[in-house]
Design a protein around this ligand. Structure first.
Ligand SMILES: [Zn+2]
Length: 382
């Protein structure tokens, strides 16, 4: 097996060394670009060298961009509100995902919905304060198409707009291009085999003919869908093409990546002082993917210290949809067609990061701490 992998990697000019080496910024003009007006790449609005990651120009002379997408798993008003009050005090506006509807039965993780009056009132207050409200599927569990339609309708009627962002939730059968569906061959087959050993969940959001199909609604109503999560603070360095359209996955208008801050420990490691300084030096963008509903109440002191330090830097702290709109409008919109080298490299890097994360979780000797003390150990890897 190992020999086969090595031979395959050599054939494709990959190696374990290359996968683990520091990521080199890539000039992204080898891709096809489109903007909303369908202009050719050279006509797309961009700013000279800003098309090359690492020299991106942020508004008002800001040196980097930072935001958070909060997965709503386990979230209640009492366990999540303090994180938002703190972020607001720091001047950091971010994105919170929600479920519009209650699940059938108990749900997978639990958490508030727009059907709960107290939770709904708090979500609307957050929106008025400048936070973005996004979608984590329509409920904490699987929802067939009719329920998805009802959830999207409720989202629009209460929040006044369609979701800028959607993120798939673990064990939602209507998840879109999820599991192995977000990977190209041969990773697709490898990951599919691995998943079948563990569980038999199917993801059918993009399968026409399934009762769980809602790909057409996703394409019409959702602007961005989250894909890969990396362990590097500079998300834009790991994904130099985001937000991008992938012609092999046409029901998603545009994909974006994130950086892993799943629980408090991962979050604090990600935004360590050294990483913050590097993000600023690289002029990059960070979109942290986290779960404020688990492990952030009471707010860990280290989290407060690090976020406060970050907020004092000359960063641009806006919600994720605003940040992604800006990147696309400034640089031109990227379309991944059959030239897929950068996307495939991202897929392998994600698989590598995820494998290392799984080893740390299931083999605590790899780390100094006991996995039972890690609150994020109950959360599915992003
Ligand atoms: Zn989730």
């Amino acid at each position: 097996m190992c020999g086969d992998s090595t031979r395959w990697a050599r054939t494709h000019r990959w190696s374990v060394k290359a996968l683990t080496a520091p990521y080199t910024p890539i000039a992204i003009d080898s891709f096809l670009y489109n903007n909303e007006q369908g202009l050719a790449p050279d006509e797309a609005p961009h700013n000279g060298d800003c098309r090359i990651m690492g020299e991106f120009c942020w508004p008002d002379g800001r040196r980097f961009a930072f935001t958070i997408v909060d997965d709503t798993d386990f979230s209640s008003v009492s366990n999540t509100q303090p994180a938002y009050e703190f972020l607001c005090d720091c001047g950091i506006l971010t994105t919170k995902t929600i479920w519009p509807l209650r699940p059938y039965g108990r749900g997978v993780t639990g958490g508030g919905t727009l059907e709960d009056s107290q939770y709904r009132a708090w979500v609307l207050r957050l929106q008025r304060s400048g936070f973005e409200i996004a979608l984590h599927g329509v409920a904490d569990g699987s929802s067939a198409r009719a329920k998805v339609e009802a959830g999207l309708k409720l989202f629009h009627s209460l929040l006044g707009h369609e979701p800028g962002i959607h993120t798939n939730h673990c064990a939602q059968r209507e998840s879109i291009y999820w599991g192995a569906g977000r990977l190209d061959a041969p990773l697709h087959q490898l990951y599919d085999g691995y998943r079948k050993l563990r569980h038999k969940r199917q993801f059918e959001g993009a399968s026409t003919g399934s009762a769980y199909f809602w790909g057409d609604l996703c394409r019409m109503q959702v602007r961005y869908v989250r894909n890969f999560v990396f362990n590097d603070i500079n998300t834009l360095k790991m994904d130099p093409v985001m937000p991008y359209y992938d012609c092999r996955r046409p029901y998603v208008r545009r994909w974006f990546s994130a950086s892993n801050g799943s629980g408090p420990q991962d979050f604090c490691s990600l935004i360590s002082e050294a990483n913050q300084d590097r993000l600023e030096e690289e002029g990059g963008a960070c979109i942290v993917y986290t779960h404020f509903g688990q492990g952030f109440y009471p707010l860990p002191p280290q989290f407060q210290l690090l976020v406060h330090r970050l907020s004092r830097k000359p960063g641009w702290f806006v919600p994720a949809t605003q940040l992604l709109d800006y990147i696309g409008e400034q640089r031109g919109w990227c379309k991944v067609g059959e030239e897929r080298a950068t996307l495939n490299r991202m897929q392998w890097r994600w698989a590598w990061d995820r494998s290392a994360q799984a080893l740390r979780k299931h083999w605590p000797a790899w780390t100094s701490e006991d996995k039972r003390s890690r609150p994020e150990s109950r959360i599915a890897a992003p």
